[in-house]
Design a protein around this ligand. Structure first.
Ligand code: AMP
Ligand code: ZN
Length: 114
């Protein structure tokens, strides 16, 4: 996908602080962290948002979901816990239109989500 920031990160065209990679999944530290630990977990293929999850790509997406708790463990978040968020569309404030799950942790997070 041309001009997609996260596709460029997966391709290594834009540098990132990588924390995990497998055949289908890539994870890296958020450039503007909202918590002591703030990592983004993405599918390698371009999927615009959770609204575009379908029978065609569910296997890839399921591998992203399987990776999330492993990555959280590797970041030391098992004991304290963590939050997983995906923004979809304008009202949610999605700024990068390549599906990504935020893992946030390392502090007591605010209870309010909306
Ligand atoms: P969202 O607002 O849910 O679309 O999240 C996009 C996230 O990508 C934000 O938290 C940004 O800080 C983060 N971000 C933008 N550019 C980069 C980058 N080059 N490397 C790492 N994270 C980025
Ligand atoms: Zn993309």
């Amino acid at each position: 996908m041309e001009n997609c920031l996260f596709c460029k990160i997966v391709a290594g065209e834009i540098p990132s602080n990588k924390v995990y990679e497998d055949e289908d999944v890539f994870a890296f530290h958020d450039i503007n962290p909202n918590a002591p630990v703030h990592v983004l977990v993405i599918p390698k293929p371009h999927i615009p948002s959770i609204a575009a999850v379908s029978g065609e790509n569910i296997e890839t997406v399921s591998r992203v979901l399987l990776a999330i708790p492993k990555i959280a463990s590797s970041l030391g978040l098992d004991e304290g816990g963590y939050r997983v968020i995906t923004n979809c569309g304008e009202d949610a404030g999605q700024t990068v239109h390549h599906l990504h799950f935020h893992i946030l942790g390392g502090k007591k997070l605010p209870v309010s989500l909306g």
